[in-house]
Design a protein around this ligand. Structure first.
Ligand SMILES: [Cu+2]
Length: 140
């Protein structure tokens, strides 16, 4: 009986881990993403909501670009499920040069941070990226 209870709680525990969370990020009125650094788990989904006009989501780097290749149209909601751990960098296509960037850390995995830091960016965007990386690392 004890074994059964242990097994049952193990199943419950693993179910808990599998259930994916859904995080919503908005385009704010001051032209940034409402969450600039998102820390999520593998299998979680992020949905960007077009709460302010003229923005989109375009991935610049991640551990695997295959599922990210497409960029979203302006002013539509956009959902991505993150199957691989690592750091992902995205921008708003028309405003990336002005530093409208977002960082996502999946599974608290920073293994591909070098590649993220190698991405060609404008001066302003580079300093925004450095700030976002600092935030991401500070609440590891
Ligand atoms: Cu924009």
């Amino acid at each position: 009986m004890k074994v059964l209870i242990v097994l049952f709680s193990l199943i419950l525990l693993s179910l808990d881990v599998v259930v994916a969370d859904n995080l919503k990020i908005e385009f704010t009125a001051d032209d940034s993403y409402s969450i600039e650094v998102a820390k999520i788990e593998v299998g979680d989904t992020i949905e960007w909501l077009p709460t302010n006009k003229g923005h989109n989501v375009e991935f610049l780097a991640g551990p695997n670009m295959d599922p990210l290749a497409e960029k979203s149209d302006l002013d539509v909601s956009h959902s991505v499920t993150f199957a691989l751990p690592g750091v992902y960098l995205y921008q708003c296509t028309p405003h990336g040069n002005m530093g409208i960037l977002g960082l996502i850390v999946v599974g608290n995995n920073f293994n591909n941070l070098d590649k993220i830091e190698e991405v060609e960016l404008s001066h302003v965007a580079k300093s925004v990226l450095q700030r976002l990386i600092r935030i991401a690392k500070s609440n590891k």
